[in-house]
Write a protein that binds this ligand. Structure first.
Ligand code: FAD
Length: 278
């Protein structure tokens, strides 16, 4: 249908980004191709050490999925997006395809081994998430191509992750957010992935902050080095949610809290993560 209808057609998933844009007249598609009529594209499966999310899987389905709960950072994300109404309609595929710089999913999934399965008239391809989002609201998807599935490798034993997003109320996007995923062997961090949301045009991966933890005993000093490197890497825009300085400082503080929870979860503790309200 997308091929037949041409440039003026847009895919509709949960409508939680597209419909508000249409109401504001920022988007004015002549045709909507509704994915909700396509069977078997909403699921959470565990297969060969990976979690597989069908493109139309709602945030709420992931929030309540026992399989997805095995990776706590995924539950942190799904359970905190906006409010119940948005979570009941919005989808993981739509969120990734929208590539909103304030969206939660891309930031969280950047700290995991995530790939995106894309399908179109030319066939199928699997793209690492790190190369899928190229700019604000921009992905590698070509005309007629859809996200069909999001695949996440389950982290190894000894891993822990946490996502913390700071927002003013439930139905608004975060002011800043931080996702941290660590793999520990005793007190030594063998793998560290950090991503920050809402402080750049795409999720920001502060490489120096990751290096401050990777291969190190995770001491207070190492955490502080990671926090400072994360603050330096943040590139926020000033808006009604805060100034550049405020958001940069906030992002670092969220990284610190996320590291602390990730460390405790790596040891098997059950700790609350997710969204913080001002
Ligand atoms: C009040 C409110 C608050 C919100 N707050 C947050 C928040 O705090 N955090 C957050 O992450 N999100 C938030 N959202 C957005 C929400 O999470 C959306 O669900 C998400 O952006 C994806 O939207 P959707 O699945 O409804 O897709 P749609 O709105 O239907 O589509 C979004 C875009 O993606 C395209 N698309 C959809 N599915 C596919 C696909 N499978 N393949 C290719 N292209 C596709 C569409 O054509 C469209 O361009 C909020 C939304 C609202 C209304």
């Amino acid at each position: 249908m997308l091929s037949e209808l041409g440039e003026e057609a847009r895919v509709l998933a949960g409508g939680q980004s597209l419909i508000p844009l249409m109401k504001l007249r920022f988007a004015n598609p002549q045709h909507l191709v509704d994915l909700n009529f396509v069977p078997r594209i909403s699921y959470v499966k565990e297969q060969d050490g990976a979690l597989r999310f069908g493109a139309l899987t709602r945030h709420a389905d992931i929030e309540y999925s026992k399989k997805a709960a095995k990776v706590p950072i995924i539950h942190d994300c799904a359970a905190g997006i906006a409010d119940v109404q948005v979570r009941n309609r919005g989808t993981i595929g739509g969120s990734i395809a929208e590539a909103d710089p304030s969206g939660d999913w891309a930031t969280v999934l950047m700290t995991l081994d995530t790939t995106v399965r894309c399908i179109g008239p030319a066939g199928e391809r699997v793209v690492p998430l790190s190369g899928f989002i190229t700019d604000a609201y921009t992905t590698v998807l070509v005309k007629d191509e859809l996200v069909s599935e999001v695949l996440v490798r389950v982290p190894p034993k000894g891993s822990g992750g946490a996502y913390i997003a700071f927002k003013r109320t439930a139905p608004v996007y975060p002011t800043a957010s931080a996702a941290v995923q660590l793999t520990m062997e005793g007190d030594t961090c063998t793998e560290a992935a950090i991503a920050m949301g809402c402080v750049g045009l795409t999720p920001i991966k502060p490489a120096e902050a990751e290096t401050a933890l990777r291969g190190q005993q995770v001491s207070e000093a190492a955490i502080n080095r990671a926090v400072e490197a994360a603050r330096a890497a943040a590139d926020p825009q000033p808006d009604m949610r805060g100034s550049v300085e405020y958001k940069r400082f906030l992002a670092g503080s969220l990284v610190k809290r996320a590291i602390e929870i990730a460390l405790r979860r790596a040891k098997g503790e059950r700790v609350q993560g997710g969204h913080l309200y001002a």
